[in-house]
Design a protein around this ligand. Structure first.
Ligand SMILES: [Zn+2]
Length: 271
């Protein structure tokens, strides 16, 4: 049974509600589970500024942020660890919580006129009365692509990370661009290659701070590897089972790599 149901209410939290407490990029984790009861001593006399997320086990859930000084002896779990390492974390709820809280912080004032925003009367949006503009939570679509050339797949090491992983070509979709257009452009810019037969595989919310990763397969169509040095430190073609370290399968990149390895190993032609 799914206990977590995304949702929305404009009412303020009460003691009977559940609270997802954040502290910077950490989750403030209670001894059991991931949510605090609204009557926890952690919140002292008044519940802090909070915003609705949905419900868990039939009780409404709100998200808030606590200053470092108020987290007490609670365990702090970095969001990345919760999403990548801990197999039992409620990934969708935590991801939603971080993105909704970021939206709440970022839209206290109207981006057009500077007036203080309030609630939209019906939807999860901030609202500027003066301009009549809703401010919704931001989502930034990004493409990520695993490229196949015969029985090998392309893996690339980012110039921007200290991690030892080899991963996939990825980048933000630009205004006016289709997802397929973004795949062609990012692959060309970062590797010099042409691709064809682009097909959707899977997607993943990536709350750092609000990406939606859209994962594709593609086939090599032409060109030689010419790396964009400020983005890619190294890239090469690898046989399935003979790759350098790659991201875990809790990530869309890990899932795409594994799926392509399986496809090549089965000898199948991608469909
Ligand atoms: Zn305004």
């Amino acid at each position: 049974m799914t206990q977590w149901i995304p949702g929305w209410t404009t009412r303020k939290p009460e003691r009977r509600d559940l609270i997802l407490a954040l502290s910077g990029s950490d989750v403030v984790k209670p001894d059991t589970g991931w949510l605090h009861s609204g009557d926890s001593s952690l919140f002292r006399d008044n519940l802090p500024d909070s915003v609705s997320l949905g419900s868990y086990g039939g009780r409404d859930v709100f998200v808030t942020e606590l200053p470092d000084t108020d987290t007490g002896s609670q365990e702090l779990i970095p969001l990345r660890d919760a999403l990548l390492v801990l197999g039992d974390a409620p990934v969708e709820m935590l991801s939603t919580g971080f993105q909704v809280w970021q939206w709440w912080l970022d839209h206290r004032y109207c981006g057009r006129c500077g007036a203080q925003t309030g609630f939209h009367p019906r939807e999860r949006a901030k609202w500027c009365d003066a301009c009549g503009i809703p401010w919704y939570p931001r989502l930034a679509p990004c493409v990520i692509v695993v490229i196949r050339r015969d029985d090998r797949l392309l893996l690339a090491k980012s110039s921007r990370t200290k991690r030892h992983f080899y991963s996939l070509i990825a980048g933000f979709v630009e205004p006016g661009e289709s997802l397929e257009g973004a795949v062609h452009r990012e692959v060309k810019e970062e590797t010099g290659l042409e691709v064809t037969n682009i097909r959707y595989h899977a997607s993943q919310a990536w709350p750092f701070p609000h990406q939606l990763m859209v994962g594709f397969f593609a086939d090599y169509a032409g060109g030689e590897l010419v790396l964009q040095e400020d983005e890619i430190a190294d890239a090469n073609w690898f046989l399935p089972g003979d790759t350098p370290p790659v991201p875990p399968e809790t990530t869309i990149s890990g899932q795409l790599i594994r799926a392509m390895e399986n496809e090549i190993s089965r000898g199948g032609i991608p469909v």
